[in-house]
Design a binder for this molecule. Structure first.
Ligand SMILES: [Zn+2]
Length: 141
């Protein structure tokens, strides 16, 4: 891990920046915006949905975390799909195939458009979950 932790601050040895340890909420909001959850200063994505290997400012590993995000991505996709199906039943379209078509389009749009947002949140969550372990490892060594 690229960072040395001192008194809640992260002193990146490789990138020579001082980053305040973000709160849970701050890290999540940064993830939603596609920013690095640790420093918030650099984007996580290059292009629309492709992750940087690590943060350009603080050096946080980003791409490596995407392997831990599949469960969140799967569950959130299932949740969105379920919501759309429920909406379809509630709306009761007059012409069934038009309703089905609209639901299909809505599903593709909602699930597709929200993909970077959900991935950003998933990576922020992974960062929040693992950072205590990383910091303890740093303190010992
Ligand atoms: Zn960063």
């Amino acid at each position: 891990m690229h960072g040395v932790y001192e008194n809640g601050y992260i002193v990146s040895t490789r990138y020579a920046v001082l980053v305040e340890r973000p709160s849970f909420r701050t890290a999540l909001v940064r993830g939603m915006r596609g920013r690095c959850p640790r420093c918030g200063k650099a984007p996580m994505f290059q292009g629309w949905n492709h992750l940087h290997e690590r943060c350009a400012v603080c050096g946080l590993d980003i791409e490596a975390r995407s392997g831990d995000t599949w469960f969140f991505m799967y569950m959130s996709t299932a949740g969105l799909t379920g919501t759309i199906v429920v909406i379809m039943f509630l709306l009761r379209p007059r012409v069934l195939w038009v309703g089905q078509l609209l639901v299909m389009v809505a599903a593709v749009l909602v699930i597709g458009v929200s993909l970077p947002l959900r991935k950003g949140v998933a990576i922020a969550l992974d960062y929040l979950i693992t950072r205590n372990r990383e910091e303890q490892g740093q303190a010992g060594g």
